[in-house]
Design a protein around this ligand. Structure first.
Ligand code: GLP
Length: 242
């Protein structure tokens, strides 16, 4: 069941998303949050930091599981999602870093890295709330369009369109890793609530297909139509085809 919340702009989208996340933390202080990277959720993270600084939200008992990580980057590489999460969120709130988890992209043994991650997420009981961005091609995490929906954490080859889209964050396109470890679609669906954030015209087709297109692995986000509790917070441009 989708609930679509229309935001005025990026700042409004970020505040609305942060409100939903902070409500989760207030209602269940030891909740499990599934977190996402990409530029879209940064505003929500910064809003949560602001509320934390004002004493409104306490992350001391929260644990987190991120969706994905580039394969081959160390945790301290500024392009890694480990680094991104500390830089944009974890280092600015009172979360215990031992309770934060991101797939281990520095482990070249994909099988071992992915199964260890699945075990951790399962033992944690899966996220109470999973935050998701969406790729221009409808990907969630790094689950790219495919002929089937993925299950657990696995190694993926990134598509040319994702490499191109994400290259804006790297010095050169050649620097973008070609592979990543990502939570699978089935694992994402185990979250009890899913919050999708999207802004800008580049996401309009993907947001439309996610909400109203056929449920198909060619648009991985479309499977969210089968989840009982999904909130989409998006700005007018991202909703322009809906
Ligand atoms: C990356 C991430 C996704 C994210 C997507 C969109 O590929 N792996 O989790 O949703 O980018 O990113 P952005 O929010 O920067 O548009």
């Amino acid at each position: 069941m989708f609930k679509i919340v229309k935001a005025r702009d990026y700042a409004d989208m970020s505040r609305k998303a942060a409100n939903i996340i902070s409500a989760q933390v207030i209602l269940k202080p030891d909740c499990v949050l599934g977190l996402a990277t990409g530029s879209t959720p940064i505003g929500a993270y910064h809003q949560l930091i602001d509320w934390y600084n004002k004493g409104d939200v306490d992350f001391s008992q929260v644990s987190t599981y991120n969706l994905d990580e580039y394969r081959g980057l160390t945790h301290d590489d500024p392009q890694s999602y480990h680094y991104f999460m500390r830089d944009n969120f974890f280092d600015h709130i009172n979360i215990d870093l031992a309770n934060t988890h991101v797939p281990d992209g520095s482990n070249p043994d994909a099988e071992a890295a992915c199964s260890a991650y699945d075990k951790m997420v399962e033992e944690a009981g899966y996220p109470d709330l999973q935050l998701l961005g969406i790729g221009n091609n409808g990907h969630i995490g790094f689950n790219e369009p495919d002929d089937h929906f993925s299950k657990g954490t696995h190694c993926v080859d990134l598509t040319e369109s994702t490499i191109k889209a994400n290259s804006r964050l790297f010095e050169r396109e050649e620097d973008v890793p070609r592979q990543a470890y990502t939570m699978g679609v089935q694992t994402i669906m185990y979250a009890r609530m899913i919050l999708v954030v999207a802004n800008g015209a580049a996401k309009a087709q993907a947001v439309h297909d996610m909400c109203f297109g056929p449920v198909t692995p060619q648009c991985p986000a479309s499977i969210l139509q089968l989840h009982p509790n999904v909130v989409v917070v998006a700005d007018a441009e991202a909703l322009s085809l809906c």
